[in-house]
Design a protein around this ligand. Structure first.
Ligand code: MN
Length: 480
């Protein structure tokens, strides 16, 4: 029996989402990324004695937006806690976070995977602040500290251990990144650390009810790395169990160059962070009216568009995922279909996915190219006035650079599709006359050779022959 059939992995995540507020969580310092080290550090970021923090309205609003988007229960009475630990880049000696009363409880995330839709439950989402940055590589003997990041507002999302494969985690992180961008609460840039992920992984025998010890892989900043780290970790733990070893609970880190995880420290079960309510910030009371106001201002979500494109337009899930990747894409696509009801959604989807999005991303599209011209272009394909291959290979490259009337262009370049049966029949006859060997093969039962004849005919017609009529003509001539 294969190991993956014998064992099952149990995976839960803690994701830190950096919010795109202009100021920090508890003071007015700027949150701009990449500024001169320690230039965004007032006395509050530096934790001078006697300074008082003030909560950031935007952080609270963003927490509620995310909570509503994921069907969480919004906790109308919540407060901040102090979480104590000692570290050089944490000047206060504690992190201001939420512990016993987080702002959002429960909720769920549904996302597309290779095996269809998957839903995982959330335990909660809480508000907190980031620590500063320790820079170990600048000097061989000293560590440098940059406190620009200290106090930047974060949301921490804690999932239930509902993931079973590394791939599910990969798709989940991509969905989450997409969601925070739709909601406009975070830039979702993983390279800049705007989404960071801790993965808790344990492995047990299929059918086993209890959980084995888990390992936590810290601070992963890419969906691909998360998938790799988890795959490695599942393999490592299965290997140990096969050899009769016990898994030790520990914190590990992922090395992207080697694709492996290594032990950082063994973990005693409960850290003593000496949590207690933050005495310098009043508890938060969030009114029903405020929540309703936030709810009414929410944009449409990826899940809404996913349903719409599949159910109303009948598109394939793989295509839909590409179209809903950004709100701009899906909104443009919808607007196009609304204005051009005669163009089949599938034809439009193919065009947008294969031509429009890539060209737009590469900034190849000339400013004058508008949806009226695109509609004319697709309508000519739909009406079989031009073939798809001519449209994409010859006409589209011209339109990108020089937007113009598509019909006139096709006529000028003599690219209109030929549906004239007499012309096609004479070309088909020519193909058969010129290829007696293949004709013989066809007569001897090799019916697939008709594809060859079609290819030859397309060559003679320079791609302009209507393929359906051409095929019918061959079938007629060959006496199907
Ligand atoms: Mn945290």
């Amino acid at each position: 029996m294969g190991l993956t059939k014998k064992y099952e992995a149990i995976i839960g995540l803690e994701v830190h989402i950096q919010l795109q507020t202009r100021s920090k969580a508890f003071c007015g310092d700027s949150t701009l990324f990449g500024s001169t080290p320690n230039s965004q550090t007032s006395t509050i970021s530096l934790a001078h004695p006697g300074t008082l923090p003030r909560p950031n309205k935007k952080q609270i609003e963003y927490a509620i937006i995310l909570g509503l988007a994921l069907n969480c229960e919004i906790n109308q009475q919540s407060y901040f806690d102090r979480k104590h630990y000692f570290y050089a880049d944490l000047p206060k000696g504690f992190q201001t976070t939420q512990n016993s009363q987080p702002i959002c409880k429960g909720g769920e995330v549904t996302f597309e995977t290779d095996q269809g839709l998957k839903t995982i439950r959330l335990h909660h989402i809480h508000m907190e602040e980031d620590a500063g940055k320790s820079l170990h590589e600048i000097d061989p003997t000293f560590t440098y500290i940059d406190l620009n990041r200290a106090g930047i507002p974060l949301l921490e999302m804690v999932t239930e251990p509902d993931f079973r494969t590394a791939n599910e985690v990969y798709h989940f992180i991509n969905e989450l990144r997409r969601l925070v961008r739709y909601l406009d609460i975070s830039d979702g840039n993983m390279e800049e650390g705007s989404l960071r992920c801790d993965c808790n992984i344990s492995v047990r025998l299929q059918g086993q009810e209890t959980l084995n010890a888990r390992c936590e892989v810290k601070n992963i900043n890419s969906a691909r790395f998360a998938r790799k780290a988890i795959e490695f970790e599942i393999g490592r733990q299965m290997g140990l169990m096969e050899d009769g070893h016990e898994i030790k609970q520990e914190t590990r880190e992922f090395n992207p160059d080697q694709g492996i995880t290594t032990a950082l420290r063994s973990k005693e079960d409960a850290h003593d962070y000496r949590y207690f309510p933050e005495p310098d910030i009043l508890p938060l009371h969030i009114s029903e009216g405020y929540i309703t106001g936030v709810r009414n201002a929410m944009p449409s979500l990826p899940a809404f568009y996913r349903q719409l494109l599949i159910n109303q337009y009948g598109l394939a899930p793989d295509d839909v995922e590409i179209i809903i990747d950004t709100q701009a894409r899906v909104e443009n696509f919808r607007m196009f279909l609304d204005r051009n009801e005669k163009i089949p959604p599938k034809l439009a989807a193919n065009f947008f996915i294969n031509k429009w999005f890539p060209s737009e991303e590469a900034e190849e599209i000339s400013k004058g190219l508008d949806f009226k011209i695109i509609a004319q272009f697709l309508q000519l394909i739909e009406d079989k006035k031009i073939t798809t291959s001519i449209a994409y290979q010859k006409i589209w490259p011209i339109l990108i650079k020089q937007p113009q009337d598509v019909l006139e262009l096709c006529q000028k370049l003599n690219l209109m599709q030929t549906s004239d049966t007499d012309t096609i029949e004479s070309m088909a006859q020519q193909v058969l006359d010129e290829n007696p060997r293949q004709l013989g093969q066809y007569i001897n039962g090799k019916k697939g050779i008709i594809t060859f004849f079609m290819g030859q005919l397309m060559k003679i017609s320079e791609g302009k022959a209507n393929p359906e009529i051409a095929r019918e003509t061959f079938e007629k001539l060959l006496g199907k």
